[in-house]
Design a protein around this ligand. Structure first.
Ligand SMILES: [Mn+2]
Length: 301
């Protein structure tokens, strides 16, 4: 058994899986003994990527099975393994706001870049280590997923520079075509239950004592998802969250609408400067939960 497990956040997305694999590889190249694992099964988009690059899904864990762990793509306890407080975190590679308490010195690489895949790509460069074609493809996919093909406002110059380099290393000639295929693979929602839609990419946040749950789904047709509003709301109620915001994002036009259920509708309206209409709020130009949804909400709570 490896002495260190490397994993990303709960409800893993493509960047979390790609960065767990890449960070584990990087650390092992530097003499480490690590294993990449995941806190859940791959979503449809990630499965497309794993199939494309002929990779097996990561083994799923619910608690760390080793004394030492490496966190990628998250640092908040609410998004991590249940026994985080009982293990030692040796490294964090992340691009989210920090809400992490550490007891021991550790290696942290945190940059406000589009993806952790991007951050790790530059870690490889700095260490002068080769990125295999398969790894490059994975990291390109994580970058594309988190930045919606460089269209999200979270995109930085570092991401713009890294993507064509990773595409070349992966041997992908038309990275835009690949990216659209990959993003679309994550938007077939017809086979997913309301509960699965809500939870597929949901994260919990503690905001001023409020337990806030924010889910997001990518689509090419917002109205088709809103047609399921009644079922989605019933599912939110059955989960028993105080506040649930479910963001439906049109990945082709870079717009969102969100369904809100909770006890703070005024705060939601104030945060986004729009009115709720039958629990739905229009979020034009919004695609990034991290940059365009969480900060205005935190300001309100
Ligand atoms: Mn990420």
């Amino acid at each position: 058994m490896a002495t260190t497990q490397v994993f990303g956040h709960k409800n893993p997305d493509t960047d979390t899986i790609a960065s767990a694999i890449a960070a584990s590889y990087l650390l092992n190249q530097q003499g480490g003994d690590t294993e990449a694992v995941a806190q859940g099964e791959p979503n449809a988009e990630t499965q497309f990527v794993l199939d494309y690059f002929k990779l097996a899904p990561l083994r799923v864990i619910t608690k760390a099975e080793t004394d030492q762990v490496v966190l990628v793509d998250h640092n908040e306890a609410a998004q991590s393994v249940d026994n985080l407080a009982e293990v030692q975190v040796t490294h964090i590679y992340d691009h989210h706001k920090f809400n992490f308490k550490n007891a021991t010195p550790l290696y942290i690489v945190a940059k406000p870049w589009g993806s952790v895949s991007t951050i790790l790509y530059y870690e490889f460069k700095q260490a002068q280590l080769d990125v295999t074609p398969q790894l490059a493809g994975l990291m390109a996919s994580g970058l594309i997923s988190d930045t919606l093909l460089l269209k999200s406002p979270t995109t930085t110059e570092w991401d713009r520079q890294a993507l064509p380099e990773l595409a070349a290393l992966a041997g992908i000639d038309d990275i835009n075509a690949y990216g659209i295929d990959m993003l679309k693979a994550g938007t077939d929602l017809s086979t997913r239950t309301d509960q699965q839609l809500l939870d597929g990419d949901a994260k919990s946040f503690d905001m001023g004592g409020h337990q806030f749950r924010i889910g997001q789904v990518n689509t090419v047709d917002i109205d088709a998802v809103l047609a399921r509003q009644a079922g989605l709301e019933a599912a939110i109620k059955s989960e028993g969250y105080e506040d649930f915001l479910f963001i439906i994002t049109d990945i082709l036009n870079s717009n969102s609408k969100a369904i809100y259920l909770g006890d703070a509708p005024e705060a939601i309206e104030a945060a986004f400067g729009k009115k709720l209409d039958h629990d739905v709020i229009d979020l034009p130009g919004v695609v990034s939960r991290k940059k365009q949804v969480v900060p205005p909400l935190e300001k309100q709570f």
